[in-house]
Design a protein around this ligand. Structure first.
Ligand SMILES: NC(=O)c1ccc[n+]([C@@H]2O[C@H](COP(=O)([O-])OP(=O)(O)OC[C@H]3O[C@@H](n4cnc5c(N)ncnc54)[C@H](OP(=O)(O)O)[C@@H]3O)[C@@H](O)[C@H]2O)c1
Length: 355
């Protein structure tokens, strides 16, 4: 047994946090112990916490594993971990995996479907949760992995996957007949990656963002036009599909007022404003749904390869769009959490924490 730690947030007040210390669990037959090594923090992780109950994100990493009671939640993070001990054939100490991780020193998993690409955590408490979150990918069996791009993968992989699937769904539906695709929180990674994927494929791409983020968002060059939330009354009243990443009720109401029946589609994708928007929108985008469709159409390898190709195109460009800020240890993780929660992180900054 070794020393470990757990970071948690109060489920009813995401700004209240705690850090506990403990020891690593014993590894039984069929289990493996991962050491959480390097993770990222973006608005997406805050969204997991905002929807922790509604979408069951709190259930991935039960607080009891860190000796905490139910009023605490462990917000899921994405990043790399290392196998430190294993009682499962094919899962070896020293292997490095990418996946969904707790804000903690270690994670005990029950590897299943072990192959050259990695494994799935078959722990009972995760069985009913969306399966893409239960996969751990070995760096050695992953066409998208490059050692010199780890921080980009940490920050962007799940977001870019969403953007890639969202763009694919929009194209798959003939752009919903829209002349304009309008994205809110256009300065967010998920939005600009979707714009990157959709740019030049048909409709005009317009980004809506905060006044202070207009310049950054314009500088990316992946939107045809960037407009601040205050100026949305200047938008052309043409058939428009709204891809909402902000979740802001006032923006939705203003758009409905301005565009009327020219608002041909209204899709909730994210909620950077931390107000759930699913009920107010016409539909909710959830990447695993389009992913399942494309797995059937293209096969798992076909989807992986298309994703890897798109990722490599994006990775080349995005290095010029982001400044990775690397912290170290649980205290820096807590600080990054508070910064992202309160929207103080400039859009050009991406928080990565070495644990
Ligand atoms: N449906 C899905 O499957 C799926 C998958 C991945 C991500 N998402 C969602 O997409 C959204 C964007 O995630 P991300 O990780 O890409 O974000 P990010 O890059 O961290 O986004 C930063 C931007 O979000 C806005 N923002 C951040 N904090 C805010 C706050 N406290 N109040 C108001 N606005 C704030 C600002 O944009 P503006 O000034 O431009 O508004 C900011 O520049 C999240 O809600 C995430 O959950 C959904």
């Amino acid at each position: 047994m070794a020393a470990t730690w757990t970071f948690a947030v109060a489920r009813d007040d995401l700004a209240r946090t705690t850090l506990t210390e403990g020891t690593t669990p014993a590894v039984a037959d069929g289990e493996a112990l991962l050491r959480v090594d390097r993770v990222g923090l973006t608005a997406n992780n805050i969204t997991y916490a905002v929807l922790g109950d509604a979408m069951r994100y709190w259930e991935f990493f039960p607080p009891a594993a860190g000796g905490l009671e139910q009023q605490w939640g462990l917000p899921p993070l994405w990043g790399f971990a290392e196998v430190v001990e294993s009682q499962v054939p094919g899962v070896e100490a020293g292997q490095r995996v990418y996946g969904y991780l707790p804000p903690a020193g270690h994670l005990l998993v029950r590897p299943d479907r072990v192959d050259a690409t990695g494994f799935r955590d078959a722990s009972v408490h995760r069985a009913e949760l969306p399966s893409p979150y239960n996969a751990y990918r070995l760096t050695t069996g992953d066409p998208a992995y490059r050692a010199d791009q780890e921080d980009l993968l940490i920050l962007f992989r799940p977001l870019f996957f969403t953007s890639f699937m969202l763009a694919d769904q929009v194209v798959d539906n003939d752009f919903y007949g829209a002349q304009t695709l309008l994205l809110s929180s256009a300065s967010s990674k998920t939005a600009y990656a979707a714009a990157f994927e959709l740019h030049g494929r048909g409709p005009r791409l317009v980004g809506l963002t905060s006044p202070g983020n207009v310049e950054f968002t314009r500088s990316l060059g992946c939107y045809d036009e960037v407009v601040s939330y205050d100026d949305l009354g200047t938008l052309d009243a043409v058939p428009t599909a709204y891809l909402d990443l902000s979740g802001a009720p006032a923006t939705r109401a203003a758009l409905r007022g301005h565009l009327g029946d020219q608002l041909v589609r209204d899709v909730a994708v994210g909620l950077t404003n931390q107000i759930p928007n699913a009920a107010a929108a016409e539909e909710v985008f959830f990447a695993p749904v389009q992913m399942r469709k494309r797995r059937q159409d293209w096969g798992r390898d076909g989807l992986d390869q298309r994703f890897a190709d798109a990722w490599q195109r994006f990775a080349k460009v995005v290095t010029g769009w982001i400044d990775v800020r690397v912290g170290s240890g649980p205290a820096d993780l807590e600080q990054a959490w508070q910064e992202v929660l309160t929207g103080r992180t400039p859009p050009r900054v991406g928080h990565v924490v070495q644990l």
